[in-house]
Write a protein that binds this ligand. Structure first.
Ligand code: GAR
Length: 199
């Protein structure tokens, strides 16, 4: 049966993308990374993809004269690479409703905090860890969830708790959380790929 044709969307460094690439090349993750797409031509994640021979694309609404052209190009790029599932990995743009409709139930995101408490607009990357430390809580989480039209509101697929240590800074916490992300995301994608194949 056909393997999942995964597109990974990145805006920045792409360490989660690297974890997915590594899991796929070691055989832990049985899917094809069909495309790495970014809104940002300078995202280091694109370089990681190129280093592994994975096709890349940059799609940014600013490069189009109209929203219609942007959406057409976005959907066309995914179609051209036969994409059937999308994993957001530090992708910091809102997904247009047209994509959510086309890939209904087939877009997932990883979030470096507990939802809904540490989610929503403006809650991404280091801002999440700053808010967690500010809250005084002694634990945080990594959450993988389906993507809907609202930020961080889709059904949760998996949560893994991470301790907050008394002397943590946002940066040390971020590093500990990222390690958990790198283990969890490939695991969740593998179970989704198995499920998709058995449908
Ligand atoms: C990751 O921590 C990811 O969970 C987070 O951005 C970072 C990207 O790192 N995503 C969000 O905050 C989404 N709301 P990476 O580019 O090294 O994978």
């Amino acid at each position: 049966m056909k393997k999942m044709q995964l597109a990974v969307f990145v805006s920045g460094g792409g360490s989660n993308l690297q974890a997915i690439i590594d899991a796929a090349s070691s055989g832990k993750l049985d899917l094809d990374i069909a495309l790495v797409l970014s809104n940002n031509a300078n995202a280091y994640g694109l370089e990681r993809a190129r280093n592994s021979g994975i096709p890349t694309a940059v799609v940014n609404s600013k490069d189009f004269d109209s929203r219609e052209e942007f959406i057409r190009a976005f959907l066309g790029t995914l179609e051209a690479h036969d994409v059937d599932f999308i994993a957001l990995a530090g992708y910091l743009r809102k997904i247009p409703p047209e994509l959510i409709q086309r890939f209904d139930g087939r877009i997932v995101n990883i979030h470096p905090g507990a939802l809904p408490e540490f989610g929503g607009k403006g809650m991404f990357g280091i801002h999440v860890h700053e808010a967690v430390i500010e809250s005084g809580r002694d634990n945080t989480a990594v959450t993988v969830h389906f993507v809907t039209e609202e930020y961080d509101e889709g059904a949760v697929i998996a949560v893994r708790e991470v301790p907050v240590l008394p002397d943590d800074t946002p940066e040390t916490l971020q590093a500990r959380v990222l390690e958990v992300e790198h283990a969890l995301y490939p695991e969740v994608l593998q179970s989704l790929a198995e499920k998709l194949r058995s449908q």
